[in-house]
Design a protein around this ligand. Structure first.
Ligand SMILES: Cc1cc2nc3c(=O)[nH]c(=O)nc-3n(C[C@H](O)[C@H](O)[C@H](O)COP(=O)(O)OP(=O)(O)OC[C@H]3O[C@@H](n4cnc5c(N)ncnc54)[C@H](O)[C@@H]3O)c2cc1C
Length: 399
């Protein structure tokens, strides 16, 4: 057990994903003590990786991290060597039936980051306790307590559940049944491919130097650049592909996943299919069903426990909104705790301030989750693609 922290609010953050680490940075920047508890043993514990477009929330992100992290953001970019201009900062979507360009979503100032690298950057200077799987949370006389699977405990003034789509903290706030993430019926497959062949990589880059989409047939596709070793030699670059369809739930990896895609899903066109066909042996490939959960109000323990990021509003990947909302949550949470501090941690004010944080997030998160489900439904039929927010208003904020 830790000693109580007098005179300063201590926040125990559950989860060292992007939300938890960004929250720790934002709190630290504002003089609030944050300790992150992560069930895994290190940043590299998982093989699964993906890329994330940081777009409308980039200016908010920039406020939450110290200058040196922002200055080193290029370390986390998929391709930091690009000459960023309007064309590079847009996301083209091709017609899944004709192969022609359907529309291009403009994302000014956006950057595609490698999640692993961004976590590495955001972990700098943060107190992270590894191998700490949260089992229980309790209210104490003066605050809240986390209990871990290893028998240890930690006392804090606040707990922020940033423990992802199957959040244990959410489960403790709402009960197992109500907190259960829902299966969407949409399957998400991805492959991380280092072709070692400039012509193959160039074909991906030609679709777009960052990433491109294909929609409107019964499967959705994406290709893009994940990382660049030598900027002058595309044979050294690592690329990724994505395929989405509506179907039976499966959870597969590696060659089995690749075989399943080839045997059970309709082919895409052009490079979107070739990238899958060219997947080298031993590449990372996975398929799983996308989950979601529409947020509803929870008991926040007198304003001491709340959620952020995927723990609060896990959504489908469409229009890349998940992390934008995580960043928004973190900004609002940091501001809320600054308000709690200036109210001298008065119990009524605490309850009101964190209650307001919760209400705003539940409403915004619920809208975003529902929009992601409708986007998914509309993406598999050319007529319906025209109704998509992505086609009508691009990647902009809509919740
Ligand atoms: C393929 C893909 C592409 C995406 N693209 C985009 C995009 O372009 N733009 C965008 O905005 N968003 C995108 N997203 C969404 C974005 O990745 C997530 O919203 C974001 O990473 C949120 O992360 P998180 O920290 O909330 O959760 P997570 O990354 O899931 O982190 C949760 C952490 O909590 C830990 N944890 C879980 N349970 C416990 C426990 N009991 N005790 C201790 N620790 C625990 C986990 O080990 C994990 O480290 C994408 C998502 C995917 C899957």
């Amino acid at each position: 057990m830790n000693a109580p922290n007098s005179g300063n609010e201590t926040v125990a953050i559950v989860g060292s994903g992007l939300t938890g680490l960004l929250a720790a940075q934002g709190l630290k920047l504002n003089g609030i003590t944050a300790v992150v508890f992560e069930r895994e043993e290190s940043l590299d514990a998982r093989s699964r990786e993906w890329t994330i477009l940081v777009h409308w929330a980039m200016p908010i992100f920039a406020k939450l991290v110290p200058k040196h992290i922002l200055a080193n953001l290029s370390e986390a970019l998929c391709n930091p060597h690009l000459d960023f201009n309007d064309e590079v900062e847009s996301l083209p979507c091709y017609n899944g039936i004709t192969g022609d360009l359907l529309f291009s979503s403009s994302t000014p100032g956006a950057r595609r980051v490698n999640r692993r690298q961004l976590r590495r950057l955001l972990a700098q200077g943060i107190d992270i306790r590894w191998n700490k799987s949260v089992r229980e949370l309790l209210q104490t006389g003066s605050g809240v307590r986390l209990e871990f699977e290893d028998g240890g405990t930690f006392d804090a003034d606040h707990i922020l559940g940033a423990d992802g789509s199957s959040s244990k903290v959410r489960e403790m706030l709402l009960g197992v049944e109500q907190a259960q993430p829902r299966q969407s019926g949409f399957l998400f497959a991805t492959g991380v491919t280092k072709f070692g062949d400039a012509d193959k990589t160039n074909a991906v880059v030609q679709a777009h130097p960052v990433a491109a989409l294909m929609m409107g047939a019964s499967t959705v596709g994406a290709v893009g650049v994940m990382s660049v070793d030598d900027p002058n030699d595309t044979s050294t670059w690592t690329t990724f592909w994505v395929k989405i369809w509506h179907g039976d739930p499966v959870d597969l990896k590696g060659q089995e996943a690749l075989n399943y895609i080839k045997e059970n899903t309709a082919p895409l066109r052009g490079i979107f299919q070739s990238a899958i066909d060219w997947t080298p042996d031993g590449s990372y490939v996975s398929i799983n069903e996308m989950k979601y959960w529409v947020p509803t109000p929870w008991n926040n323990y007198g304003g001491r426990v709340t959620l952020a990021g995927d723990a609060a509003h896990p959504m489908l990947v469409y229009r890349g909104q998940g992390f934008q909302h995580s960043i928004t949550d973190v900004d609002n949470y940091v501001n809320a705790l600054i308000q709690v501090r200036s109210s001298s941690s008065d119990a009524t004010s605490r309850e009101m301030i964190i209650g307001a944080y919760d209400s705003e997030m539940v409403e915004r998160g619920a809208t975003a989750v529902q929009q992601s489900l409708i986007e998914a439904e509309n993406s598999l039929d050319l007529e319906k693609v025209k109704k998509m927010l992505m086609m009508r208003q691009g990647h902009s904020k809509s919740a």
